[in-house]
Design a protein around this ligand. Structure first.
Ligand SMILES: Cc1cc2nc3c(=O)[nH]c(=O)nc-3n(C[C@H](O)[C@H](O)[C@H](O)COP(=O)(O)O)c2cc1C
Length: 188
């Protein structure tokens, strides 16, 4: 099995992090991998916002938890009042990929960029986890204004489509869930 497939198969979502920040060189390589993802029509109308400021990250996670209060999903509503829940798992780095909502395929562009970054991180021994709550916050009517009020602004016309935390795992990597059978149709 080659290194790329190995990285794909061994990446796991990690939900407990050491406080140690990831190195600048590793961060830049991860971001570069993101920027080499395909984009529809090659438009690259995306932006990568890296949040390493602990105060800003904490303000954002409080907004995220507050947004769960209004969720249709009961388990999210329950999480919103739990003090032991940190939506970013205390990871030292958060990356949000936004894109121009008028691009050809901004959601898909952003998600592909994020997957490249998750895999690049994994190949460098850095763990990650997609965190959906920044997009939930943004999607609420007052979302963009509340993000702006804590100092989180995206380029004009941009919408955040993908977010993930990065850092060093504080625990052994979890096992992958078994793959569901019957998900492939081969027409030859
Ligand atoms: C669209 C999307 C949203 C997700 N949102 C969250 C999230 O908010 N918090 C979280 O801990 N994991 C989140 N995950 C991670 C999944 O729970 C995880 O990928 C899945 O359980 C499979 O585990 P693995 O990544 O280790 O293979 C999300 C994944 C995707 C693709």
């Amino acid at each position: 099995m080659n290194d790329i497939i190995q990285a794909i198969l061994t990446r796991r979502s990690v939900r407990a992090y050491q406080p140690r920040q990831i190195g600048e060189k590793d961060l830049q390589e991860i971001l570069l991998a993101g920027q080499y993802a395909p984009t529809a029509m090659g438009d690259q109308l995306w932006h990568f916002t890296v949040v390493q400021n602990a105060e800003l990250k904490e303000k954002l996670q409080l907004l995220c938890k507050a947004s769960f209060k209004n969720s249709d999903i009961p388990s999210l509503r329950e999480l919103s009042s739990r003090d032991d829940v940190h939506v970013f798992y205390h990871a030292p780095t958060l990356v949000i990929v936004s894109a121009d909502s008028k691009a050809v395929a901004p959601l898909w562009d952003s998600v592909l960029a994020m997957e490249n970054m998750l895999l690049a991180a994994s190949s460098l021994g850095i763990s990650s986890c997609w965190v959906h709550s920044p997009m939930i916050v943004y999607g609420a009517p007052e979302g963009p204004a509340s993000l702006s009020s804590i100092g989180l602004n995206f380029p004009e016309g941009h919408v955040p489509y993908a977010a993930a935390v990065f850092g060093y795992s504080a625990q052994p990597l979890p096992e992958a869930a078994p793959r569901k059978p019957g998900t492939v149709t081969l027409l030859q």
